[in-house]
Design a protein around this ligand. Structure first.
Ligand code: DC
Length: 252
């Protein structure tokens, strides 16, 4: 089990949910980020649901040899805790309390990725109290000496506003719905395109329209629209954008 930097207890929220690489993988590639910068390289990847940002962030982490955190998993773990133990997503108080149970969630639990849990996560992530309860873990991870890749909705704007590289990954709602349907079917879960599209649109509206840390492209983020790309192309484009940015910073 890996700890999130800056935290003390192995059972702290995010410790089990930090999707990080194995040490041998990182060691082999650690120099790639160091080749550009003597300081820690932090890559922020934001974007709407099913934009491909998670796969892109994982690929960037592998490429540069950096630890990776999927911050959406923290919100999903709160949501799953409430779903399992009967918390009311309409209550900010209950959602904040559920943040304490997040470390008990198995990060490989397939239910974390279910539509119902994603939808609850989108609701409870509008609460400032929930965002505050999960913030230190994310900032601690972003601030570790090794550098980091984090993906989510507010990484470049709130969690790591000084990130070395910021990407905003997006795609049309229809393309994202198609990808989500494929993903759910592959996992043996039921999925209907129209339902998924409606859910994606309402999640977009909630993620972008909320007052607390809404989904937004940071002014200094590079936009990557993956609507016309397959995953390999999107990853290649993201790596190129990140390498160009790092090279430009190294020259400056
Ligand atoms: O990326 P995801 O679909 O797994 O995220 C689930 C929900 O969590 C999403 O609807 C919004 C919320 N979230 C957030 O508000 N801020 C983040 N940094 C990550 C996720």
């Amino acid at each position: 089990m890996r700890r999130v930097a800056g935290e003390n207890g192995p059972t702290a929220i995010g410790a089990r949910l930090a999707i990080a690489q194995s040490p041998c993988q990182s060691a082999a590639r650690m120099n790639r980020a160091r080749a550009y910068s003597s300081g820690p390289v932090v890559i922020a990847v934001d974007g709407p649901a099913a934009s491909g940002k998670g796969s892109i962030a994982r690929a960037l982490a592998r490429h540069f040899g950096l630890p990776h955190m999927d911050t959406g998993m923290l919100y999903r773990a709160v949501a799953l805790t409430m779903f399992r133990f009967g918390g009311d997503p309409a209550s900010e108080f209950e959602a904040v309390r559920a943040c304490e149970g997040v470390a008990q969630i198995d990060p490989t639990d397939p239910e974390l990725r279910s539509e119902v849990v994603g939808s609850i996560a989108s609701r409870i992530s509008t609460y400032p109290g929930v965002r505050a309860a999960l913030m230190d873990r994310q900032r601690g991870f972003a601030g570790q000496a090794a550098g980091a890749v984090l993906d989510g909705r507010d990484i470049g704007t709130v969690i790591a506003p000084n990130a070395t590289v910021k990407l905003f990954v997006t795609a049309s709602a229809e393309v994202r719905a198609q990808r989500r349907v494929r993903e759910l079917l592959e996992r043996g879960m039921p999925a209907h395109f129209e339902d998924v599209l409606i859910d994606i649109r309402s999640r977009d509206a909630r993620d972008s329209g909320r007052e607390a840390a809404p989904l937004a492209q940071a002014d200094d983020a590079e936009l990557l629209d993956t609507s016309e790309m397959d995953l390999d192309e999107a990853i290649e484009a993201a790596i190129k954008l990140a390498e160009n940015k790092l090279a430009a910073l190294a020259k400056a």
